[in-house]
Design a protein around this ligand. Structure first.
Ligand SMILES: Cc1cc2nc3c(=O)[nH]c(=O)nc-3n(C[C@H](O)[C@H](O)[C@H](O)COP(=O)(O)OP(=O)(O)OC[C@H]3O[C@@H](n4cnc5c(N)ncnc54)[C@H](O)[C@@H]3O)c2cc1C
Length: 609
């Protein structure tokens, strides 16, 4: 349940939990600008910088974020990337965000964009993406102290915001301020509205040089501080020393193209090499695939990772692809009859914005009995992977070079050299990212356990008299109806799964396997479509996935300047965009787009434990 906000008759938002107001009825935006932005020397301080990272202790109604975003948008000297990382234990409803921004015309369109991404904020870390990926909001949905334990980045500005220190003392105590200090580099500026003596004293003890500044009426004062401790802070080496340079990505599929776009947004010059002449010619040539969160009764690592991934990919689709031809946010129905945890159709209350028990109408639309243990995934879609790959590769700063097979990598004093099988140098770069699916193995030996897994999809043109479900259905196998193709619509079903097999030829036996899966998943549809399998009108697409042993991708650094993003398994659509942003964040020491624990669960080092 979202946090309750009481809107008083004069428009003041108030928290019944903390018995305090979020802000006064008027002047909210002016206060945000005066106290926080100007208090941290913004926008001047960020002029000409490649990135700027703002850390905020209490997101509240989001006014500081909206004000910072607005200032960034209006500033011709804005940094290429604005990170706003904010903690919030009690997120409000999207409607309250809108109501809060309503008095300010210049914030309203931004608040509306924020509203659209404001869903499914379960405890944890969530990355919301605006301005084509140049404004990144990372929300830590948890208590501020726990949130600040995530660490991992240095803030350039800190906004200390929250309810009054008397109403919510834990937000302002010395331990919280110490945790804030651990996020600061020497020179990081801090701003807050409170001038409470204890806060000033504790900030000073944590290494801040504090001064009272003139407030904006009705407040007399506000507080400004600079992190400049008399001691050398422990572990405070900047993590963000790497400057964007030349990068070669090996592999022009979902994984490689996503990395190319994420790094290009940060100013890298990227060349994407691929053995095939065209882009998306490997597993990412899959004509259409499903994007849906993984569900498990204990909400395991894969489930949590998949939600972060689904959010990341949906954002990319919304930003880059018109909905309809290339992707559609249909929602999907998962039939868990064949799952050992079938009773898990009772999805916990807090997961509802993502997934919930399917209702009788949805089951009926799929031709399934009422008693079927079904889950409806609201945040789910079908996507044509090649469309996403093309859109990512079209990013400024990304060049693609086809028909180039990389056979060898060599470290040179000033970077990396990539050569073909004949020893001819095909590229040089400061940074190399291997996203070559199972082809990665030939470049790194047995450093990672990568396994090829062949799969075949069966499909056929759809005719109007066929009564098919209006959305995709999955479980043991999947069925995707109504996919637009240049000459009509088609249905797709699959897939086979053969480990260690790299053969891409069509197999009649695999069509039978797909029909059997379809008939078990959707018996009525199986009966209806069986003639297409019998008369040979069904067609095939085959590809080879690259899998790890634990169904999680590998994302990490193998050697200085040599990274890998691969093993997307059967979830390239879920993981490619998330892994790309995680790679970029780790490389530059930015706030991570997901919890550190989840990031560690993707790391290449996990396989060596
Ligand atoms: C039958 C089937 C059904 C699937 N269904 C779904 C689904 O519903 N949803 C979903 O999310 N995912 C699905 N997937 C998985 C998805 O297709 C993959 O996870 C994804 O495409 C992998 O992307 P990638 O970029 O890692 O690999 P690829 O797209 O295979 O790209 C790797 C590229 O690296 C290149 N390369 C390799 N070695 C070299 C080298 N030495 N030099 C130069 N280039 C090299 C290759 O030519 C290739 O183009 C399915 C896969 C299959 C096979």
């Amino acid at each position: 349940m979202p946090e309750t906000v009481e809107w008083q008759p004069d428009g003041t938002p108030r928290s019944p939990r903390f018995q305090d107001i979020y802000r006064s009825s008027t002047g909210g935006l002016e206060q945000a600008r005066h106290v926080f932005l100007h208090g941290c020397g913004l926008p001047g301080a960020w002029a000409g910088q490649p990135q700027w990272r703002i850390l905020e202790t209490g997101f509240g109604l989001g006014l500081n974020f909206l004000a910072a975003w607005r200032a960034w948008k209006d500033d011709p000297q804005r940094p290429r990337l604005l990170h706003f990382a904010s903690c919030e234990a009690w997120p409000v409803a999207a409607s309250d965000l809108l109501q809060s921004a309503a008095p300010y015309a210049e914030l309203q369109p931004l608040a509306e964009e924020l509203r659209q991404q404001w869903f499914g904020l379960l405890p944890g870390v969530h990355r919301l993406v605006f301005e084509n990926g140049h404004v990144l909001l990372t929300l830590y949905i948890r208590d501020v102290k726990e949130a600040l334990r995530e660490r991992g980045f240095h803030a350039d500005s800190v906004f200390l915001d929250g309810f009054d220190p008397h109403s919510n003392p834990a937000m302002w105590d010395r331990y919280t301020l110490k945790a804030v200090a651990r996020h600061c580099r020497r020179g990081t500026r801090v701003a807050t509205w409170t001038v409470a003596g204890e806060v000033r004293r504790d900030l000073a003890q944590c290494g801040f040089v504090v001064e009272k500044a003139e407030g904006l009426a009705p407040k007399r004062h506000c507080l400004q501080a600079v992190f400049d401790p008399a001691w050398e802070p422990r572990g405070s080496k900047p993590l963000d020393a790497i400057a964007p340079g030349r990068c070669v990505v090996v592999g022009a599929g979902l994984a490689g193209a996503a990395v190319a776009a994420s790094l290009a947004r940060r100013g890298w010059q990227i060349t994407v090499l691929d053995a095939w002449a065209g882009a998306a010619a490997g597993a990412s040539a899959l004509p259409v695939g499903l994007l849906a969160p993984h569900f498990s009764p204990d909400d395991n690592l894969l489930s949590r990772l998949s939600r972060s991934g689904v959010r990341a990919t949906l954002q990319q689709c919304l930003m880059l692809l018109p909905e309809g031809e290339e992707w559609r946010r249909t929602g999907t129905l998962e039939d868990r009859s064949s799952n050992p945890h079938r009773m898990a159709a009772q999805v916990p209350e807090n997961q509802r914005p993502w997934s919930r028990a399917a209702d009788p109408q949805q089951l009926a639309q799929a031709g399934l009995p009422r008693a079927t243990p079904g889950i409806w995934h609201e945040q789910a879609a079908w996507i044509k992977p090649a469309a996403l790959v093309r859109a990512w590769l079209a990013h400024a700063g990304v060049a693609r070079q086809g028909s180039t097979t990389v056979a060898r990598l060599a470290r040179e004093p000033d970077g990396w050299q990539l050569a073909d099988a004949g020893g001819a140098v095909v590229a040089r770069a400061d940074l190399v990212v291997l996203a070559a699916a199972h082809g990665t193995a030939s470049l790194i030996g047995d450093a990672l356990p990568l396994q090829p897994v062949r799969g075949q999809v069966s499909w056929a043109p759809q005719s109007p008299e066929q009564a098919l479900p209006p959305f995709p259905v999955h479980g043991n196998g999947h069925f995707i109806p109504d996919v637009p193709l240049p000459d009509g619509t088609a249905w797709f079903c699959g897939s086979t799964y053969e480990r260690g097999d790299t053969d891409r030829s069509e197999r009649a036996q695999d069509h039978q396997t797909n029909l059997a899966k379809l008939s078990a998943l959707l018996p009525a549809i199986g009966r209806q479509l069986a003639p297409s399998f019998a008369d040979g009108s069904v067609r095939a697409w085959t590809g080879v996935r690259c899998a790890s042993g634990d169904r999680r991708p590998f994302l990490g650094q193998l050697q200085p300047g040599l990274w890998v993003s691969t093993a997307m398994g059967s979830r390239g659509l879920t993981f490619a965009a998330l892994c790309a942003e995680l790679l970029a964040a780790r490389l530059h020491g930015e706030p991570l787009p997901l919890e550190r624990r989840l990031s560690d669960a993707l790391d290449t080092k996990r396989s060596r434990h």
